[in-house]
Write a protein of this length. Structure first.
Length: 539
């Protein structure tokens, strides 16, 4: 035997070391924010600072949105918004960063929430003039429930806005997180001179150039130099940051990982100020891809054979090919294109011949991916949101929860003779997780109630029912705006109550729907023994 031949054990060790090394280099995150806070601008700025690996030019700032966003549906084109969400991958320092996109429209949907099941960390982007807005808070709640560490970025500091300390108070009060500044704005909102880098105790001065088209010029100064050049503006910043630091803690990575404290950074994404500091924070402090728990709570080591789960399914991205793309977050092992994996729900095998990296309209064939990465599997009509895939050692990751719907409409086939197509379409869309479907004996099968987190989900359903399933349909709005989990007993109790109704969701849960909070309160008061539980992300 030749001396170069390595034993299977040694080969295994080498492979494990490679995977562990790659997982440790991964940072997988999403930006949570309210529309207009600057998410697209920040995405572009991050990509500008880093090296975009496979999808150059794929970011979707509004300035060039027309050219770059996904245009898989006419609806998207008409509105100039992106409904699809996938991952942008870039390298920075020695790290591979996966930024999972979340739909940026006010009518956000369950997809936005599901993306948060696939990331290891979130950047909460706050508009300096507006503070914590509704959509940010909804997404924050999901992050909190998942125990995701959150980095807070106060954006648009180049524009007049709120006071730094008022923003810190709002964060503490509304999220319960302790603000732990890593950088602090020098200059009030509207007079952004730079930041005090508290870790390195230095002043990072920003200089405007070409309004953000290029990486901003940064210069570094000692505190003494900063005091000399910036005078009171510098001392005010140091005093304020000192107050926050004293009343909370200096930055503590453990508190960040535990979801108790949040590092604070200041930026102007549009001017590329403070963007490098966000990347450095991701590299230095954000958690790498780590072992993920399976349904039984057992951790799957990252060096185990390939495993991952589907967090999003998208159909019709390419009109010509009418394809289905299932987005998979890799949890362990190496994903190699062409490998045949097992789908845990059905036990069936699935060949991964068509694997892509997708962001907006850009697509690239992907050959290899590591824990933390996202792979788009094309023609994956068998795969559903929440499905686990694995090679060799079986694993099932926890289901992605269904979220609290707030919008309800009855769906009916326009043409009774096409009821079969109608039924098939609704079933398929439900399986893909496009919409939740609720039924009751009273309403019958012909008129299911569709329940959505965001109203745009209905438009997607209508569009696909018409064009893909050839089953034109119409909606009737229902007056409900609130859902609670209940039991089968509620059917009898609430049967005749005005402003309430009980329906069965296909996961076996009974949902009680109410017109508004007053209807709910009335029912609670009159039926103190009735089980009415808040659904996952509801406030
Ligand atoms: P999104 O809806 O969160 O993706 O927000 P966009 O990135 O599209 O930004 C919304 C608007 O705010 C656009 O007009 C941006 O140019 C602007 N914007 C974003 N970041 C900044 C910033 O740091 N400073 C200023 N002045 N404007 C910004």
């Amino acid at each position: 035997m030749s001396q170069d031949v390595i034993s299977p054990d040694r080969a295994h060790e080498i492979r494990a070391a490679k995977i562990n090394g790659q997982a440790a280099r991964r940072r997988t995150f999403a930006v949570i924010s309210h529309p207009d806070a600057g998410k697209s601008t920040l995405t572009e700025a991050l990509a500008l600072h880093a090296k975009v690996i496979g999808t150059a030019g794929a970011t979707n700032g509004k300035s060039n949105r027309k050219d770059t966003i996904s245009d898989w549906m006419q609806m998207e084109k008409d509105r100039g918004i992106s409904i699809s969400s996938a991952a942008l991958q870039f390298s920075y320092r020695d790290t591979v960063i996966n930024l999972l996109d979340t739909p940026g429209h006010a009518d956000f949907s369950e997809d936005t929430y599901r993306v948060l099941a696939a990331v290891d960390c979130a950047v909460m982007l706050v508009d300096a003039a507006k503070g914590l807005e509704t959509q940010t808070m909804k997404l924050f709640e999901v992050c909190r429930q998942r125990g995701l560490p959150i980095i807070t970025v106060i954006n648009k500091w180049d524009r007049p806005g709120l006071d730094t300390l008022a923003l810190m108070d709002e964060i503490t009060e509304r999220t319960g997180l302790l603000p732990m500044p890593l950088t602090w704005a020098v200059g009030i909102a509207g007079d952004f001179r730079g930041v005090w880098d508290l870790q390195r105790d230095r002043f990072v001065r920003f200089t405007r150039n070409n309004s953000g088209a290029n990486i901003a010029l940064t210069e570094y100064y000692t505190p003494e130099e900063a005091a000399a050049s910036e005078g009171d503006v510098w001392t005010d910043a140091v005093d304020e940051a000192g107050l926050v630091k004293d009343s909370n803690l200096p930055f503590d990575p453990e508190s960040f990982y535990a979801g108790k404290g949040t590092p604070i950074l200041f930026s102007s994404a549009a001017l590329n100020f403070g963007v490098k500091e966000i990347l450095d924070t991701l590299v230095d402090f954000a958690p790498p891809a780590a072992p993920r728990p399976d349904v039984a709570g057992q951790l799957r080591p990252v060096a185990d054979p390939f495993s991952g789960f589907v967090f999003k399914v998208q159909a019709g991205m390419n009109q010509a090919h009418r394809d289905h793309v299932a987005f998979v977050r890799v949890c362990s092992g190496i994903f190699e294109r062409g490998m045949v994996v097992t789908q845990s729900r059905t036990g069936k095998s699935f060949a991964t011949k068509y694997a892509q990296q997708v962001f907006g309209r850009e697509r690239e064939v992907i050959d290899e991916a590591f824990p933390g990465d996202v792979v788009g599997l094309v023609n994956a009509s068998e795969l559903r949101v929440g499905d686990s895939l694995y090679l060799e050692d079986s694993v099932e990751f926890p289901a992605i929860p269904l979220f609290a719907p707030e919008h309800f409409q009855v769906a009916r086939s326009k043409d009774p003779s096409r009821y079969k197509q109608f039924r098939r379409g609704i079933d398929q869309l439900e399986h893909e997780g496009v919409i939740q479907v609720l039924r009751s004996d009273l309403r019958g099968d012909q008129a299911p109630v569709l329940a959505a987190v965001g109203p745009m989900q209905f438009e997607v359903v209508e569009d696909r029912m018409t064009h893909e399933f050839n089953a034109p349909m119409r909606f009737e709005r229902l007056p409900y705006s609130l859902a609670r989990l209940t039991t089968v007993d509620a059917i009898a109790t609430l049967g005749l109550v005005h402003g309430a109704e009980v329906l069965l969701r296909s996961d076996g849960e009974y949902l009680a729907l109410f017109n508004d909070v007053w209807a709910l309160r009335r029912v609670e008061k009159n039926n103190p023994d009735l089980a009415l539980a808040v659904i996952g992300t509801q406030s």
